[in-house]
Write a protein that binds this ligand. Sequence first.
Ligand SMILES: NC(=O)c1ccc[n+]([C@@H]2O[C@H](COP(=O)([O-])OP(=O)(O)OC[C@H]3O[C@@H](n4cnc5c(N)ncnc54)[C@H](OP(=O)(O)O)[C@@H]3O)[C@@H](O)[C@H]2O)c1
Length: 245
Amino acid sequence: MESRVSELTGKTILVTGAAKRIGRAIALHLHAQGARVLIHYGGSEAEARATAAECGGAPLYRANLESVAEIQAMFQEIEAREGGLDGLVNNAARFTQIDVLKITEAQWDFIHSVNLKAVFFCAQQAALVMRRSGRGGRIVNISSMGAFLAWPEHVHYGAAKAGVVQLTRALAKALAPEISVNSVAPGVIPFEEKDDPRIQAMAAGTPAKRPGTGEEIAEAVAFFLRASTFLTGQTLQVDGGLGLR
Ligand SMILES: NC(=O)c1ccc[n+]([C@@H]2O[C@H](COP(=O)([O-])OP(=O)(O)OC[C@H]3O[C@@H](n4cnc5c(N)ncnc54)[C@H](OP(=O)(O)O)[C@@H]3O)[C@@H](O)[C@H]2O)c1
């Protein structure tokens, strides 16, 4: 990608965790904008194949993001098959609710290995491929309003997501000027859980008075992917005003 504002037509963009939910919405949106989308998945092979079919027969890449070796192998395969990479959307993550006084080391690592460590190593590997191809690039990390609000039953998740926001800032400086790094922080974006009364109450309490959609997150991601490299290190809160306290 060049430094100026550009269209996504023909750009090769990897979306992690693209089989379902927000990742699927991002992949479909980028495909609709003309991008060549690469679909990463972990365990949801059938859903990933369905998303790939909807994205015009997009290539599939499987990796357990807990493993840095699997992340490295995935990017090696992408470089060999695609000849380069223009964009990375670090979307894959885990979410758990645990009493802060009961959380174990394994439960802490379960979240941090994917939500923070994998975000870093995917960005590192993507940046190496982007540098080698000489095309520059765009990295968009999906963080969360949990990075900014204090959620007592998700302390471990909020800490990892706050890490993603700071990682975005430091990586933006480290990878400039060829590669921009930005983040989208979603608010309440429910899918199967949309009828859960707690989710409905949280969404109803926002200025928007409703939950958000995957498409609304995807539009923000596409904005950063299209933007010039002058826009970097930023986190855009797409939350219906949830964070306005
Ligand atoms: N939904 C919300 O309300 C909300 C709010 C704030 C922030 N976010 C953030 O937005 C992003 C997407 O949210 P979501 O609710 O759509 O996510 P999700 O359904 O919970 O997870 C997305 C995908 O992450 C992949 N993943 C998780 N662990 C993995 C691993 N070890 N290896 C490979 N893939 C792994 C899974 O892929 P497979 O199924 O293929 O294994 C999963 O489908 C996340 O970063 C999330 O934290 C969401």
